[in-house]
Design a protein around this ligand. Structure first.
Ligand code: NAI
Length: 221
């Protein structure tokens, strides 16, 4: 199963709406931190550069949260979206692959602010064993199974070459990992009950390239 549609009280919420929620969460978090208590869909739409009707439609999927003439209570909406995104719980993560990408991910502190705590890093390169990234130990992949059992790990990040990703993902599933954040360039086939989010920075770059080209050709016309 891939990440996808979501049920709220028997209503199916589309993947497109779910994909927009982190952005709402980010903007609302910034508004909350700046002391804003309430905001209208019009004001929110101006800051986020989407239409007010899109915002109303999206948030109506979850019961609205807004009141006519009052707008949205920023803190309440922020908390509700956080709850929908499962951010009220802490998640224990492990990372597989302590190379360039893995080190950058492990070095990024802000995941912890969102409740994603990286507990351990696993690799096959014995030169890395015993090293730390921040305070996170790098261990042998052979220790992974035991570590998952002992540390209540529910999520894993894969940042290894694609040739090894399928086998590692299978091991993770066998160890009862429920969610895989996959950076390896391969689509992983996992059983029901396990979710995968594939991240491809190069696809984002290609979309940027497309946008740049259409902008350029648009102007040339
Ligand atoms: P890297 O070569 O610097 O690091 C790979 C690490 O994985 C090494 O430390 C290696 O020892 C380890 N490794 C290899 N096989 C393993 C196994 N079976 N178990 C545990 N560890 C293992 O590579 P880099 O640049 O960090 O990239 C890692 C992967 O991520 C590559 O597949 C690359 O294509 C992909 N990548 C994906 C991006 C994305 O946007 N999705 C962006 C950048 C890289």
């Amino acid at each position: 199963m891939k990440t996808g549609d979501f049920n709220v009280g028997n209503r199916e919420i589309s993947d497109a709406v779910i994909r927009r929620l982190p952005r709402y969460y980010r903007f609302l978090g910034e508004l909350k931190d700046s002391g804003t208590e309430r905001i209208s869909s019009k004001e929110l739409s101006e800051i986020m550069n989407v239409t007010a009707s899109q915002i109303r439609q999206d948030l109506n999927n979850f019961g609205g949260f807004g009141q006519q003439g009052y707008g949205y209570n920023v803190e309440l909406l922020y908390k509700e979206i956080g709850r929908i995104l499962g951010l009220t719980k802490m998640h224990n993560l492990i990372l597989i692959g302590a190379g360039n990408l893995g080190q950058a991910l492990a070095g990024y502190v802000n995941f912890e602010k969102r409740g994603f705590i990286m507990r351990g890093i696993f690799d096959i390169n014995d030169k890395l064993f015993g090293e730390y990234i921040r305070n996170i130990p790098i261990m042998s992949i052979n220790q992974m199974e035991q570590f998952i059992k002992e540390n209540n790990i529910d999520m894993a990040v894969i940042a290894i070459p694609k040739s090894a990703a399928v086998e590692v993902a299978k091991k993770l599933v066998d160890c009862n990992i429920k969610a895989i954040w996959n950076f390896s360039h391969i689509d992983l086939d996992v059983p029901a009950g396990v979710v995968v989010e594939n991240v491809h920075l190069s696809e984002s770059l290609m979309r940027l390239s497309y946008a740049m080209n259409t902008e350029k050709y648009g102007k040339e016309k």
